[in-house]
Design a protein around this ligand. Sequence first.
Ligand code: NAP
Ligand code: MG
Length: 408
Amino acid sequence: MPERKKIKVVTTLVDMDGDEMTRIIWSMVKEKLLFPYLDMELEYYDLHVKRRDETDDQITIDAAEAIKKYGVGVKCATITPNGDRVREYGLKKAWKSPNGTIRAILDGTVFRTPILVKNVRPSVSRWRRPITVGRHAYGDIYAAAEIRIPDAGRVELVYTPADGGQPVRRTIHDFTGAGIVQGIHNTDASITSFAKACFTLAFDRKIDLWFSTKDTISKIYDAHFRELFEQEYITNWKAKFAAAGLTYFFTLIDDAVARIMKSEGGFLWALKNYDGDVMSDMIASACGSLAMMTSVLVSPHGWFEYEAAHGTVQQHYYRHLKGEETSTNPMALIFAWTGALRTRGALDGTPDVAAFAERLEQAAIETVESGIMTGDLALLAEKNPPPRKVHTEAFIDAIAANLDRKMI
Ligand code: NAP
Ligand code: MG
């Protein structure tokens, strides 16, 4: 067979390996879908839970630092150890979530996008293109101070300036009996950083950005989110968005929810912490399976870390260890790689790398649409063409065969 000319990825990619079933799929994806076509340099960080334990989790920090250095990383799912895992793997302690550690170092926002295929229809039949949800993951009710009020009394908000200035007070409520009270906060720095990450991702993907809050009711708190987004847009993105034909659209959250149901999708929906928590689960569930949900951490400094939204698929791994064939879905892991490659291609100015990512995604989607799929999708898919459930490796081989045809 003639030697295939490989596509050159000019900048090193940061490759973070993981645990259990996804670790096995990770190497299959590289062997069968990437290495045969790409000439790429990977800086490999093994985030296997034992390696993290041996290095006192330094390896996770090193991986995050490498993403800062090169700009783009791609991560396999990893175990976040709890007591059971400490015993199972004989760990020194229950190390922190690697995703949490990496996010703290890169200061990023997580965006989730479903992979849509024709034969697994979203519950909302109008949706043609994926809706990406960006959730602000700082403050609001997730860092609230709450008090249960036992009986009559006044509750106030008090701001005491650090420089010794006059305190500012506002009465929340004069209670005449028992009740509850909650104090929430956010910071300009965190909101601006969230806005930067949202504009960065929308621009990177060439999709419109929607942002919604309840600013008609919350005239200071929610309105300030709107103001800071507007400020970031005007200062850093308005010209770039116009040149790329992209829109930034703010609307009241109620209006956004109504419009989403009538839309065809294909944009980024930025949401405050609670709204994002709830709406991301709604979009995920409406689109079918956790195994079809991709995830990317975008830092306001322009660094990207791609992964699947799901975990290590522990139960499938135990079946695999017993010698059983598993039908674990590799789609989101494959799309983590294509997301990273597409961004790498854009940053490096190498359209052939981005085009390869596109072809691989198409090959994967067409495989499912031809009826060849893993068990999780076979349960959801329409009957035409008849879904044929295959095990993981056979599914990846079918994608490779499709990809081969596209690469000639
Ligand atoms: P999980 O690995 O996402 O799996 C939960 C269930 O979802 C599976 O048992 C399976 O259902 C289904 N599923 C998920 N991904 C699938 C795929 N690719 N193909 C087919 N089915 C899939 O969550 P978990 O079992 O709660 O967590 C396992 C480990 O992952 C934990 O140690 C956790 O710390 C870690 N985790 C890591 C990340 C991350 O690194 N980003 C995220 C979440 C969890 P069926 O059993 O019904 O087939
Ligand atoms: Mg939730």
